[in-house]
Design a protein around this ligand. Structure first.
Ligand code: ZN
Length: 263
């Protein structure tokens, strides 16, 4: 990314009405392993422990893996500079919603308020029988699987397992927001997981500018992206936030007058 590209992004974001659409790449530098890619969880674990059918049949066995992966290091993970910059952009009034595919809760910890967790969260447990949702608390310190105090049903992380639909309310709200924002910042996602991956495409179809922040080209880059800022989320997002900070005078670098961002 160049400073000129950062300033182009800042000019678009300054108009407001921005959605941030985030994925695993945002949380990697908080120490959270992505599912996909080299070194990702799926290169080390059989993903079937997150299939709802297998989970219901073998909750104790699945929970041993779930506890190790999601409740070992994740509870101590802290938001990084990218999460904090996104929260700053919301506090400044530019970003009005964050739609995340991540289940780690780090956007909220960083201070983001309007967060739609498309795939749910590991920071709460849901009963598979009565549907009650509650905090994790000390539920995982005893024998596995953890059991609902109200009905005796098996508890699961309150995130979307393979074979489960996206909760309708979250799905509907995310796509409504996608259709009405004027810009979307895609960050840390390769755009491979449906239906979440359609969100920036819906924004684009409705006239939004798509700004992409990734370390490598994604399914969006040559397709819907208007401005590709290649780099780590922890470098690019703070640079954008600095460019938008009050009192920062844009550099004298001439603005590349290329079409879709509207200069
Ligand atoms: Zn229950």
């Amino acid at each position: 990314m160049s400073q000129g590209e950062i300033e182009r992004a800042a000019r678009t974001i300054r108009r407001g009405g921005v959605m941030v659409f985030s994925g695993a790449g945002v949380s990697v530098e908080s120490g959270i392993s992505p599912f996909r890619g080299a070194g990702g969880l799926w290169s080390r674990y059989d993903p079937s422990f997150l299939e709802i059918g297998r989970f219901m049949a073998e909750p104790e066995e699945c929970w041993r893996v779930i506890r190790e992966i999601f409740y070992g290091t994740v509870p101590e993970a802290q938001p990084n500079a990218a999460h904090l910059a996104i929260a700053d952009l919301e506090a400044a009034g530019y970003v009005h919603v964050v739609v995340t595919q991540n289940i780690d809760g780090l956007h909220q910890l960083a201070g983001s308020r309007n967060v739609l967790e498309f795939h749910g969260t590991t920071r709460a447990l849901a009963c598979t029988r009565c549907g009650r949702v509650g905090p994790v608390g000390d539920a995982l310190s005893g024998p596995l699987p953890p059991i609902c105090a109200a009905c005796g049903g098996v508890l699961k992380p309150d995130c979307v397992f393979f074979g489960e639909p996206i909760p309708e309310e979250i799905r509907a709200r995310a796509f409504e927001e996608a259709a009405r924002v004027s810009a979307v910042i895609v960050v840390g996602t390769m755009g491979e997981v449906v239906p979440a991956s359609y969100i920036p495409r819906v924004s684009k179809e409705n006239g939004a500018c798509v700004i992409e922040v990734n370390t490598e080209a994604s399914a969006y880059t040559s397709d819907v992206t208007d401005l590709f800022l290649r780099g780590r989320a922890t470098e690019v997002l703070p640079a954008i936030a600095r460019a938008l900070a009050p009192g920062v005078v844009p550099s004298s670098e001439p603005a590349p007058d290329s079409g879709s961002l509207g200069g």
